[in-house]
Ligand binder design. Structure first.
Ligand SMILES: Cc1ncc(COP(=O)(O)O)c(C=O)c1O
Length: 379
């Protein structure tokens, strides 16, 4: 049966070259990077080479990159440690962050206040309002704003936000899990203090990520134990996955402009074909203000909103409603709540990778048309 994978914001297929470097590392380099003998030194050598390579791609120093187990851990570490160690008095974030920021900030709000920033109708941070708030505040704040939203794809102007935060002496964290490997990112230009990334969103393995920390001595490890990662993250490093993540980032960033063109072409085609077949379908994703991998479509009532994802799956089309992390939880998305959709609307997120093709878009459109006509016949 033909199947298409349009759920790349949930995870991406691992690149075959990544599998190869990981397999070699797993079988050949089994020393613990913290051991001082030759096996350990060999592992440490690969670990530090990975750190240097990732830092170079991002215009960072190797000492600013810390390996973790995932994006969720990176986000938790930064939020919780910044409050503990960087003398933050308030967290400012958005109501449409990923749960690893949204829920973590709700836990933290028993200790310090959490403020939700004003958003534009498309879900991006309203810069004028942020500046007004920054001018008025006298406390030290941590602003945590995602680079691109994982459900609707809206992008924040992180460069402008980082300039405002610098100007008014606020610290800035960005959850860059969706944009890492998909957009050019240079920390010399985007002056965030902290950032989070996760390998499985850019064709790397699951269960590994990293944090960028501009002044590493600002925070202490969230997971306590050994002094790995220069004391900023205890626990033996997952070397094969780190080596795989590094290879994945090198491959993902090799041809970003061409990949963006291809992805935008796929998105434009999907949207125009859906609009042509279903004129009442609307889109939460505005093509010019969103990440090139995501299209978020609001399906009209001629579809059975309860059954739609299941019907798509039966046709071999893998996509999601909201985000993968909450899709099993059967609870309304806090992100979609911002968009105040009509009762009973069904939002479907189609998310692409550079390996998707135009033929797969045609296959998807055909499947959706069949679902609509089968429903018409059943009504
Ligand atoms: C924006 C965003 N942040 C954080 C995460 C969590 O990353 P991980 O799956 O590596 O924990 C995700 C994953 O869906 C995400 O989309």
């Amino acid at each position: 049966m033909t199947r298409v994978f349009f759920d790349n914001a949930a995870t991406t297929p691992i690149h075959p070259e990544v599998v190869m470097v990981m397999a070699k590392c797993l079988s050949d380099v089994y020393g613990n990077p913290s051991s001082t003998h030759s096996y350990g030194r060999e592992a440490k050598g690969q670990l530090e080479e990975s750190r240097r390579s990732i830092a170079k791609i991002l215009g960072a120093k190797p000492s600013e990159i810390f390996f973790t187990s995932c994006g969720t851990e990176s986000n938790n570490t930064i939020l919780r440690s910044a409050v503990r160690n960087a003398e933050i008095s308030e967290i400012w974030t958005t109501p449409i962050e990923h749960p690893s920021i949204f829920q973590t900030s709700q836990h933290i709000c028993s200790d310090i206040p959490v403020r939700y920033l004003e958003l534009n109708p498309n879900g991006s941070v309203n810069l004028g309002s942020l500046e007004k708030d920054l001018i008025a505040v006298s406390k030290k704040v941590l602003v945590s704003v995602m680079h691109a939203n994982n459900e609707v794809g809206v992008l924040n102007d992180l460069k402008a936000i980082s300039e405002l935060c610098q100007k008014y002496h606020a610290l800035l964290h960005s959850d860059m899990v969706q944009t890492m490997g998909h957009l050019p990112i240079n920390y010399q230009e985007i002056k965030v203090d902290f950032a989070s990334a996760s390998a499985h969103k850019f064709h790397g393995p699951k269960g590994v990520g990293f944090m960028f920390i501009r002044q590493p001595n600002q925070i202490e490890s969230f997971i306590t134990g050994g002094s790995q990662e220069r004391g900023n993250r205890s626990g033996t490093e997952n070397l094969a996955s780190i080596v795989g993540m590094t290879k994945a980032l090198e491959l993902a960033t090799a041809n970003i402009p061409q990949d963006i063109n291809h992805l935008n072409h796929l998105r434009t085609k999907l949207i125009s074909k859906l609009k042509a077949s279903f004129p009442t379908m609307s889109f939460l994703t505005e093509l010019d203000q969103s990440l090139c991998t995501i299209v978020s479509a609001v399906f009209p009532p001629e579809f059975d909103s309860e059954m739609l994802l299941f019907q798509l799956d039966m046709k071999g089309i893998a996509c999601s409603g909201g985000s993968a992390c909450s899709s099993g939880a059967n609870k309304a998305s806090h992100v979609l709540a911002h968009f105040q959709l009509p009762e009973g609307s069904k939002v479907v997120r189609f998310s692409f990778s550079k390996f998707n093709t135009e033929k797969e878009i045609d296959f998807c459109i055909e499947g959706i048309k069949q679902i609509a006509s089968e429903r018409g016949q059943n009504c």
